[in-house]
Ligand binder design. Structure first.
Ligand SMILES: [Ca+2]
Ligand SMILES: [Ca+2]
Length: 77
């Protein structure tokens, strides 16, 4: 049983293609496509980053990602 945080961390690592601990728009787009293309548009990806990017550096760090998906906004079946 993974905790919500562990699940979010595992998902973060799947998204983080170059393993630098930051998610960029390009990495999120690639991950979205790899997951079967749920149809997220460029503007939706930008909105996702803006909503998660608390320090305003234009990328999503692990804590920002966990803060966004680890609190009920991202539910798994
Ligand atoms: Ca990265
Ligand atoms: Ca950030």
């Amino acid at each position: 049983m993974a905790s919500a945080r562990e699940a979010a961390e595992a998902e973060f690592r799947r998204f983080d293609a170059d393993g630098d601990g930051l998610l960029t728009a390009a990495e999120i787009r690639q991950a979205n496509e790899a997951l079967g293309g749920q149809g997220a548009s460029e503007s939706e990806i930008e909105t996702f980053i803006q909503s998660a990017d608390r320090d305003g550096d234009g990328t999503i760090g692990l804590e920002e990602f966990v803060g966004l998906v680890g609190h009920g906004r991202h539910e798994k079946a």
